[in-house]
Write a protein that binds this ligand. Structure first.
Ligand code: HEC
Length: 245
């Protein structure tokens, strides 16, 4: 009995964070996450600060850590920080008071430090690129990856507003694809996807900064194992040389 309860609890933990967002079966696109691409991570960090931190915090991430991990100069780091009083020890805080957000959106925008780990990079990239026009919602937009999300399409000026392609009528109506915007945005489709790839890349890094270090140490660990194997082989030969067999 206890075992079953524990088992169900663990399954619950696995399923719970995704429960709401996983209700869409819109196909996910490949985010092509590349944590080795520091320029992309830096561009993504700038987009995050410019377009997301007004509503969302990322309170487990310090500016100084970003600077160290990406090898940024003081000036490059200053570009990311909100103002001249910011310190490298500061975390990414949302600019929006929680009560105001609750009133405006009916929900406080969640902290995004771990969001990419919860959902996965491909989900994040697809989510960011699949807002579409839907006059039935408060913001006039919906999201193919996270249906009925309460977030407005904050990058609609850049992407334009994708048009939904439906199949069926009434209750049977299903979203089957997304068409180009009627009014193009300030970025081409490729440019917008590139920008969202960089942003996703940064969010995946932020959700587990240690992954960068792991990737960095990987080759050294392999080199060590290789050399160790050679040494052990030579040692074995040396030990067995005088033994008749
Ligand atoms: C105008 C405020 C606002 C801005 C700016 C904004 N968001 Fe949101 N976002 C929200 C709200 C509100 C929600 C909660 C929606 C809900 O739960 O229905 C949300 C939800 C999300 C979620 C889903 C989180 C989850 O797991 O429930 C993600 C991911 C997200 N936002 C990413 C971003 C990114 C990346 C940016 C920058 C491009 C951004 N948001 C900019 C208001 C905002």
């Amino acid at each position: 009995m206890i075992r079953t309860t524990v088992f169900l609890f663990l399954i619950g933990l696995l399923v719970a964070p995704n429960a709401k967002a996983a209700s869409s079966n819109y196909p996910l696109k490949d985010a092509e996450v590349d944590l080795g691409d520091k320029a992309s991570l830096y561009r993504g960090a700038q987009t995050f600060m410019d377009s997301c931190a007004s509503c969302h915090g990322a309170k487990m991430m310090r500016f100084g850590r970003i600077g160290e991990d990406l090898g940024l100069s003081e000036q490059q780091l200053a570009v990311l920080m909100p103002d001249e009083f910011s310190k490298p020890g500061d975390v990414i805080e949302s600019n929006m008071p929680a009560e105001y957000a609750q009133e405006t959106f009916g929900v406080v925008p969640p902290d995004l430090t771990l969001s990419a780990r919860v959902h996965g990079g491909d989900w994040m990239f697809t989510y960011l690129t699949t807002f579409y026009a839907d006059p039935d919602t408060i913001w006039g937009v919906n999201n193919a990856t996270f249906p009925n999300v309460g977030m407005p399409h904050v990058l609609s000026a850049e992407q334009g507003l994708l048009q939904p392609v439906y199949e069926g009528e009434g209750d049977e109506r299903r979203l089957v694809g997304l068409d180009s915007p009627e009014q193009p945005g300030t970025l081409s489709e490729d440019e917008f996807e590139e920008k969202m790839r960089d942003l996703t890349n940064f969010m995946v890094y932020m959700s587990e900064p240690a992954a960068l270090l792991r990737a960095h140490y990987g080759p050294y660990v392999l080199a060590f194992l290789f050399i160790f194997t050679v040494v052990m082989y030579l040692l074995k030969k040396e030990i067995w040389r005088d033994i008749k067999h």
